[in-house]
Write a protein that binds this ligand. Sequence first.
Ligand code: COA
Length: 153
Amino acid sequence: MELTIITGESARDTTEVLPLCLEVFEDFSPSYLSERLQRVTDPVLVCARLRSGRLAGFKLGYRRRPQLLYSWLGGVHPEARRQGLARKLMARQHDRASANGYRFIETQTQATNNAMLVLNLQSGFMICGYETNAQGVPVVIQRKALSVVENGN
Ligand SMILES: CC(C)(COP(=O)(O)OP(=O)(O)OC[C@H]1O[C@@H](n2cnc3c(N)ncnc32)[C@H](O)[C@@H]1OP(=O)(O)O)[C@@H](O)C(=O)NCCC(=O)NCCS
């Protein structure tokens, strides 16, 4: 499995990520992905690919404040789950954020999504809020302080 990081305008391209979102999330709306991706600042896409080149997992975040990365969406193809892929994608996202001067990562997860909440806690996030979103879904807000790294890329 190869991990790559895509930034800049290429990170706004939904050609590969949208089909995976449609497999990974129930009732996924393509415009939810494309519309937000067009207006966010500094999107960063971490991709996990099979040897064939096919996308098996991704993690997508963007700059919400000068030193705060918002980790927005992520998923792993059902056939590639429970092999540590989401953990690796997250570690790569956090390492890259540290190296690029971010001090915090924030994320929101549906309160019923045990897998993601547990992985976030195992990866250093702390719960910092709980709310009901605009769609009436309870969500847990989690935040992680990053260690400072001198040289970015
Ligand atoms: C959540 C998700 C990304 C996890 O991907 P994954 O590659 O299977 O996760 P990993 O193999 O890296 O698992 C890491 C840890 O997360 C936890 N975890 C993962 N799946 C779990 C599950 N179904 N139930 C409970 N805990 C789970 C475990 O602690 C696991 O560690 P372990 O395998 O050593 O016990 C994947 O299930 C998914 O794509 N779900 C649908 C999309 C989604 O909910 N995305 C997050 C919100 S944007």
